[in-house]
Ligand binder design. Structure first.
Ligand SMILES: [Zn+2]
Ligand SMILES: [Zn+2]
Length: 436
């Protein structure tokens, strides 16, 4: 039996031997960017690779997702290694699709390249045969929040229930037997930091609110009207009256705007609209605050006799950290980049949102950031300046972490599982987040 280090070196050598193929794969995906739930060509590319390597897979998972189960010596644990299939809309990007404006300006093609690297690392190297668990390679659709109307139509037709691909994977049960999920995302090089792990993402729910009153002449017959603007003002004041009940550690942020306040000054407003986000650092607190906001908004309508209509659109969930899984990944990043170039950020607050946060509510999940980009994500300037890091070293970080979790009797994986605290069950996730 080889040592853990020998297994990692065998994986790295296999990845290095396929550098050209990995680069060609990543570049090919970059050249044909596709938007969420429409990543057909991108899915075909990963399927073709799995076919070449003789890996069985499930396809058309949540429309375009592809999932390959690679069996270990036994199946004590399962590690999912994930990459996102979709591009983002940046029509002015030099490599954007002329038709859709889609461009790989968030670098998801680098994730796909690293997934290909992991696939090569486990092919013909005998590594899987020495691990106590399975490695599941996942290509997931629709991380970027774009084309909401299109996705809402898919939702109305019953084809999907969630706008995000990982959320949909949860619903479909793809994570039911998965013990750990690891993934990485490209970042811009920040000083000397080449890699970071565990920057926080807050979660959010967005709300569209409509007060429906009754028009009347504001001077001659206001007694015949129902003033929807008064309802909105009372509703907003009632939200402020909830603030003392929010705990500091939950970082609740509610920031409504009135998007329509009336039509004519001489007419009692009968249609007033508000949009707001309810953000927070954990799912339970967001759900609690969301319910209080609904109650407050409704009180404004009730006070004046207006109807209150609230439409919730579930956003992404906050990140629930597994400190032990962060440690595993951190050590591997340090070995690959040098300790002085790796930032172990740990839980903090702020940052963007990702649907990897949703997965982290249920199972130990880690999301690394690996340098290689020049220009900011989601902008016309975005480019991959360092493919060695973004395609190749990223793959090594992923496969080395998977080996750690599944080596020997899986002691490391067992310890990660033991110390992880799920914030929600899948049932509660679907019931409470899904109903929003
Ligand atoms: Zn993005
Ligand atoms: Zn992204």
């Amino acid at each position: 039996m080889r040592t853990k280090e020998q297994l990692k070196q065998a994986a790295f050598a296999a990845i290095d031997a396929k550098k050209m193929e990995i680069a060609a794969f990543g570049d090919s995906i970059y050249r044909e960017p596709e938007l969420g739930y429409k990543e057909y060509k991108t899915a075909d590319k990963i399927k073709k690779l799995f076919d070449e390597l003789g890996y069985p897979y499930r396809d058309k998972v949540a429309r375009t997702g592809v999932v390959a189960d690679l069996k270990g010596k036994e199946s004590k644990y399962k590690v999912a290694v994930m990459a996102e299939l979709d591009a983002v809309v940046v029509p002015g990007h030099k490599d954007a699709c002329a038709e859709t404006g889609a461009a790989h300006a968030c670098g998801h093609h680098c994730m796909m390249a690293s997934l290909a690297g992991v696939a090569y690392a486990l092919n013909g190297t005998g590594i899987l045969e020495e691990l106590c668990g399975d490695i599941v390679l996942m290509a997931v659709p629709a991380e970027e929040g774009v084309e909401i109307e299109f996705r809402n139509k898919l939702r109305e037709s019953g084809e999907i229930s969630f706008l995000g691909g990982k959320q949909e994977f949860i619903k479909l049960g793809i994570f039911d037997d998965i013990d750990f999920m690891i993934m990485q995302h490209i970042k811009k090089k920040d000083g000397t930091v080449e890699a970071e792990v565990a920057s926080n993402c807050n979660g959010f729910v967005s709300k569209l609110v409509r007060y429906i009153g009754k028009e009347a002449h504001a001077g001659a017959a206001p007694h015949e009207g129902i003033n929807a603007l008064n309802a909105a003002i009372l509703g907003l004041s009632a939200i402020h009256a909830q603030r003392e009940t929010f705990r500091s550690e939950d970082y609740i942020r509610i920031h409504p705007i009135i998007t329509k306040g009336g039509t004519l000054v001489n007419v009692v407003p009968d249609d007033v609209r508000i949009e707001t986000y309810v953000r927070g650092a954990n799912a339970a607190a967001i759900l609690d605050a969301s319910a209080k906001v609904d109650r407050a908004l409704k009180s404004g309508g009730d006070a004046v006799g207006a109807a209150t209509k609230i439409t919730d659109i579930p956003g992404y969930m906050p990140f629930n950290f597994s400190e032990e899984l962060i440690d595993v990944v951190y050590e591997n990043l340090c070995a690959l980049y040098g300790k002085e170039h790796v930032d172990r950020m740990g839980p903090g607050f702020g940052g963007g949102s990702t649907d990897a946060g949703d997965v982290s509510q249920l199972i130990p999940t880690v999301h690394m950031y690996i340098a290689g980009a020049s220009g900011n994500l989601h902008t016309e300037e975005f480019a991959v300046a360092d493919k060695e890091s973004a395609y190749v070293t990223a793959a090594k970080a992923l496969v080395a972490s998977a080996i750690d979790l599944l080596y020997d009797k899986g002691e490391t994986g067992e310890s990660v599982k033991k110390h992880f605290k799920a914030q929600l069950t899948k049932e509660r996730y679907l019931k409470e987040w899904g109903k929003l």
